[in-house]
Design a protein around this ligand. Sequence first.
Ligand code: DAH
Length: 360
Amino acid sequence: MTDDLSTLKSETEAELATASDLRAWDAVRVAVLGKNGRLTALLKELGKTPAEQRRERGAALNRLKDDLTAVIEARRAALEGAALDARLAAERLDVTLPPRPAPSGSIHPISRTIEEMEAIFGAMGFAVGDGFDIETDWFNFGALNIPTHHPARADHDTFYLPGERDGGPLLLRTQTSDAQIITMLAQEPPIRIMAPGRAYRADHDATHSPMFHQCEGLVIDRDITLGHLKGCVIDFLRAFFGIATLPVRFRASYFPFTEPSMEVDIGWNRRTGELGAHGSNGGDWLEVLGSGMVHPRVLANCGVDPRVWQGFAFGMGVERLTMLKHGIPDLRPFFESDIRWLRHYGSSPLTPAVLHEGVA
Ligand code: DAH
């Protein structure tokens, strides 16, 4: 090989070695093999070479072209390989890493209890009914057989609102029992509804909040008896607390809107707070709800003929049942929106409320 060709070869090799990416590599390639490249120029000059040297020069140039093409291609392959390696390293996925936690909220225990009540009563054929937070005096008291000067009104520490409607004051309902009246006025019997919602009383301490929740129940049909009431309430309480043998006691009481009226107690252990402990280790009774056979006057107030129809009603405190079920000692944090409390007592939005939690 003549000197000029050796020089071209070694210079090209040196430039290729320093070309650190495909762009620099292509510049080297064009400078040698391109239309105006150094080797191309030498090939073009071949015609001017004296005839006796032309064959040898031509062969040398062709060999050089083959050599340079080979080293240029080899460098390209090397650069492409390196580029791929770099990309693979940069985009590497470590499939053994634990997933990032997806942030999710939790269901407030009050909402959860209401969902569970709806599931349990729903399975017994109850529809979900409704009342209003702002009521008239008549829906909250009058229609429920609580007349104007009845002592039960004083017990309720009612929040009255400015203004009046239908000749009586407006108020924040003190009980969900208005749902009984609303339902009976809106639909013909037979009726089977449960109506969860808010109620309000001017009361505030560790066990009372001025806003709280109740769930009302109402069943009206031709042949409903106290036996149906007892069966329904016992089944509900045992399913809700997930204790198939939960002791339930019915105790005669008084409510203006039911006759007879009964308060319902469940067995628990006063010392440990454990439910269902009545009997074996000196159990106590704890009141959980009010109930009774709907008073004929309440039926008549809603245009339901008490000679044809009868039924039962019940009302229970949602916070109270929730605190008992989950061992929550204080009512106040329910409405303080403390994220730590909500995380601790809240439940996963991904697990649905079930009918029977842990009933054997
Ligand atoms: N409304 C009553 C209260 O707030 C609870 C209640 C008792 C509701 C007996 C009823 C019932 O439907 O029959 O204390």
